[in-house]
Ligand binder design. Structure first.
Ligand SMILES: CC(C)(COP(=O)(O)OP(=O)(O)OC[C@H]1O[C@@H](n2cnc3c(N)ncnc32)[C@H](O)[C@@H]1OP(=O)(O)O)[C@@H](O)C(=O)NCCC(=O)NCCS
Length: 171
């Protein structure tokens, strides 16, 4: 039996309020994760990519699941904490549950873990065309530091965004 942390959030699901909480992803979650991933990105991650993240000692792959069945996945996040830095590689909310602050909870959980592990900054890359995600990260305090030209395999540029945990952030 997997141990789940205390309930932290309740959202409507099939006319009831259902609590969702974080836990580490397992291989059993991958089909639901891939369904969300494939609906969310022009170049989605493969099953193999997610499997690899489960095995890296410095990687964390968290899913947000319902407390009742522990099988409904509302979102997930993959990040690395190495040395004094945290790198967010993937944060995705189920298309049906966007705009409910679940992405914010996923990112804040990550930032909290980065603080506990004494990271000095959290950073990520995001497609220049992904205005929703850029606004989402800005709402959390991230700022655009520079552009990475042709960062994605289809040639699109990325914004490199970061937030400092040990000093004031300048916009
Ligand atoms: C980006 C994403 C994770 C945001 O998750 P979410 O749970 O819908 O976002 P939240 O409800 O926590 O929103 C927090 C803030 O982000 C911004 N935001 C979120 N959705 C937005 C939208 N559609 N348009 C503009 N700003 C938006 C707002 O500032 C919002 O704060 P507000 O509700 O007070 O206005 C989600 O849209 C998603 O999964 N997108 C597809 C995958 C993706 O692009 N991931 C990022 C890859 S780098």
């Amino acid at each position: 039996m997997r141990k789940k942390p205390a309930r932290w959030y309740a959202i409507p699901m099939e006319d009831t309020l259902t609590a969702f909480s974080f836990r580490l992803a397992t291989p059993d979650d991958l089909s639901a994760v891939l369904e969300i991933e494939n609906k969310s990105y022009p170049l989605p991650w493969s099953e193999e990519s997610f499997r690899q993240e489960m095995e890296k000692p410095f990687a964390r792959f968290l899913v947000l699941t319902d407390d009742e069945t522990d099988s409904v996945i509302a979102g997930y996040i993959v990040f690395w904490v190495m040395f004094d830095e945290c790198h967010i590689l993937n944060v995705t909310v189920h298309p049906g549950w966007r705009g409910l602050k679940l992405g914010t909870r996923l990112a804040r959980q990550t930032i909290n873990e980065a603080v506990k592990r004494r990271a000095k900054r959290v950073y990520l890359e995001v497609r220049k065309s992904n205005a929703t995600a850029v606004a989402f990260y800005q709402s959390l305090g991230f700022h655009i530091d520079h552009i990475k030209k042709s960062f994605y395999s289809d040639g699109e540029d990325a914004y490199f965004m970061q937030i400092f945990l040990d000093k004031p952030n300048t916009l």
